[in-house]
Design a protein around this ligand. Structure first.
Ligand code: ATP
Length: 341
């Protein structure tokens, strides 16, 4: 079985081929990233990038699928993929519409089903898939989102989430104040290595967290003359401790003993270290996918697309409108039969 995945919710114009055979599986990802000249992600510029880059990454992925089909001795007149999966949302409307148009056209051209994937559930499922965990709690720490999910009765439930901005966006807004280019997360990680702790806000309310106060306080600390290294270090320590605290409470409340991490901020070593230690201390297992599956990528769309395709969860073209505010708890989880947390 072979699925073509297409991703384009914000900055990553990406296409991937997921192949599963008797001898194993593989995921090949082709990505062309949008890099703003200045500031953060501009929706119009990001959409222009999608318009130019999506046809190219899709063609490259299709070439790979054709090669795989030829190696498997398949009929060259048949479609090299069994379905086309695309990210339906959440994300920037103008970007989503371009990706959806490409996916619909491709599915029609190849005469294969279309699969509409929730991008945040894909961030979760890639970790569950690669870890082999059966019933993990998932922390999604990405640019535009931050939430903790647990599975119950056919849905991923939002156990806790940000009350304002996404976690990566908060870090990026802080680095814009410093005049650093996008994305800011890796730069903060680097500078934090030489920092010492200064006091910054820490906001967890029940199972929810807030990042806008700490982001403003970090900007103010810079304006007040605090060392950049110290602000970066303290920003990371507090934000990641907030995420770790809520993740621990989610494990405790659901009696789960597996945690997976998803999203681009998950590439941060300090966050992974904190979550790993917390899990060790409670005797839980922790898994973070490799970086290519953490940041936005079409591999996770293809992998979840394959699970949905197996479950018969495809959509007619006329029902495939994009969903810029698509929440993960709106998705019927058709591909899991277990009733675990
Ligand atoms: P979403 O998946 O919610 O749509 P997104 O499209 O912005 O979010 P992701 O690729 O999941 O994309 O995450 C991008 C974010 O990850 C950016 O905010 C970036 O600063 C952050 N990031 C990348 N590397 C690191 C790092 N090493 N440390 C912290 N943050 C990082």
């Amino acid at each position: 079985m072979r699925i073509l995945g297409i991703e384009g919710t914000a900055w990553a114009a990406s296409a991937a081929v997921y192949e599963r055979t008797d001898s194993g599986e593989s995921v090949v990802i082709e990505t062309d990233a949008y890099e703003p000249d200045s500031g953060g992600i501009h929706p119009r510029e990001a959409a222009e990038h999608m318009r130019e880059a999506i046809p190219q990454v899709v063609e490259r992925a299709l070439d790979i699928a054709r090669e795989q089909a030829a190696d498997a001795g398949e009929d060259p007149d048949e479609s090299p993929v069994d379905a086309v999966a695309f990210s339906r949302g959440p994300g920037l409307g103008p970007c989503l519409r371009i990706v959806a148009t490409a996916a619909r056209a491709l599915a029609q051209r190849l005469d294969v089903p279309l699969v509409g994937v929730n991008h945040m559930v894909a961030h979760l499922e890639i970790g569950r898939h690669r870890s082999g965990f059966s019933a993990p709690v998932c922390l999604n720490a990405s640019g535009a989102n931050a939430h903790i999910l647990g599975y119950r009765n056919g849905r991923y439930r939002v156990l806790g989430e940000t009350m304002d901005t996404g976690v990566g966006n908060a870090i990026d807004k802080f680095t814009r104040h410093l005049g650093w280019s996008h994305p800011g997360g890796p730069k903060v990680e680097k500078r934090a290595k030489d920092g010492e702790y200064i006091d910054l806000p820490y906001v967890v309310k029940g199972m929810d967290f807030s990042f806008s106060g700490i982001m403003s306080a970090a900007k103010q600390a810079i304006d007040d003359g605090e060392a950049v290294e110290d602000v970066c270090y303290s920003l990371q320590e507090n934000i990641f401790a907030m995420l770790t605290e809520v993740a621990e409470r989610a494990l405790s409340l659901t009696d789960a003993d597996e945690l997976v991490l998803g999203g681009g901020v998950g590439q941060n070593e300090r966050l992974r270290e904190m979550l790993g230690k917390m899990c060790d201390q409670r005797g839980a297992d922790f898994y973070a996918p490799e970086p290519r599956f953490l940041r936005d990528n079409a591999g996770m769309i293809a992998v979840l697309g394959a699970k949905m395709y197996d479950a018969g969860d495809t959509i007619p073209i006329e029902d495939s409108r994009v969903r810029p505010d698509f929440r993960p708890d709106e998705v019927d989880v058709t591909w899991r039969s277990d009733e675990a947390v």
